[in-house]
Write a protein that binds this ligand. Structure first.
Ligand SMILES: N[C@@H]1[C@@H](O)[C@H](O)[C@@H](COP(=O)(O)O)O[C@@H]1O
Length: 233
């Protein structure tokens, strides 16, 4: 893993954007994208750039079960607002939180990822080391699946909702198998509350108890952290 330590999330977002820009200019077409507060500075740089995205395809990591795409808390909405409305892509995919047959839908999403191998996969990390919504204990060979969110994640994500009771209890997300299939991975983490997860991911054992630790086994991972998130390294 290559670890880049930047002053703050502004510098971190800029460094991340440079990686995406270089990949696009070198012909990369398929991007695995992520939500959460962490990628916002990257998307700001992306939107402000003159990059043409009309030939790009994006496949997002996850979506809450039960939220409509136009729900302001949905990850569909987030992506439209922070990137796709300003930078139209050729095709964008975010898991369908309203899918009726979730198991069948997850298989379709796996096929989509199989057919469009991701050139650069963006990731954030949860305080407990989760990536996408792969919570501690999720088997490493899992594909796209429905996941019950842990109390820890519901609490952490409740800041985006009016009340903690409004936070959906489950989500559809890519599994670690899908994530590891990407050619290149860029993981971002900013803030002190991510410091322990970053330490475990980089220096801890590879264990399903810390889902992000699987990234130690991927050949091309760049981790961009700010000083706070790097404080336990
Ligand atoms: N499913 C998302 C993850 O993809 C994200 O990485 C994590 C951290 O979010 P934030 O960047 O807001 O700290 O939260 C959520 O649980």
């Amino acid at each position: 893993m290559k670890v880049i330590i930047k002053e703050d999330n502004v510098q971190g977002g800029k460094a991340a954007f440079e990686i995406f820009e270089k990949a696009i200019k070198s012909g990369a077409k398929n991007f695995g994208l992520a939500t959460g507060s962490t990628p916002e500075t990257l998307y700001k740089n992306w939107v402000a750039s003159d990059l043409d995205c009309s030939e790009l395809t994006s496949i997002n990591l996850d979506e809450y079960v039960g939220l409509k795409p136009e729900d302001p808390q949905s990850y569909h909405y987030f992506m439209q607002k922070h990137l796709f409305d300003q930078k139209p892509f050729k095709k964008t995919y975010v898991p369908d939180g309203l899918a009726e047959d979730i198991d069948a839908y997850c298989k379709e999403y796996d096929q989509l990822i199989e057919d469009n191998q991701i050139d650069v996969q963006l990731l954030g990390i949860g305080q407990n080391g989760h990536i996408a919504f792969n919570e501690p204990g999720t088997p490493f060979n899992t594909g796209t699946h429905e996941v019950k969110l842990t109390e820890n994640t519901i609490k952490a994500n409740s800041r985006f909702f009016d009340s903690i009771d409004d936070v959906p209890k489950s989500a559809i997300c890519m599994g670690t198998k899908n994530i590891m299939h990407a050619k290149k991975i860029v993981l971002l983490a900013f803030g002190k509350e991510k410091a322990h997860a970053i330490k475990m991911m980089i220096d801890g054992p590879v264990t399903e108890e810390v889902p992000a630790s699987i990234l130690q086994l991927h050949p091309d991972v760049t981790v961009i952290v700010d000083k706070d998130a790097a404080s336990e390294l």
